[in-house]
Design a protein. Sequence first.
Length: 111
Amino acid sequence: MARVPERLRRLLPSARRTPEAAPPAPPRPRQGHNLFEAAAAYVAACAEDDPARAEEAASRVSPGMLSFGVNELACRALLTLARERNESPRTVARSLLGLREQPAPRPAADA
């Protein structure tokens, strides 16, 4: 009966290692880059007309992730600016892009 725990210890991989033989693994470095950090760096570099910095920021994440991050940044910035101006996000967006304000669509007349 006393040999059963000893046999199990030899069979189990975790029981074979001694605590001294397996030092704890060092903390893994952070994998990849935060897509929002990359998007913020990319947009700031584009706004400051710095293509080298924009290229470096764009290389941190995949194009799809960068696109998502830039879109999220644009939405948040637009909402913040619209609140500050006390205008609708649509009005602010069209103003920033230099577009004329579109008249409201007319309701269709019933025939």
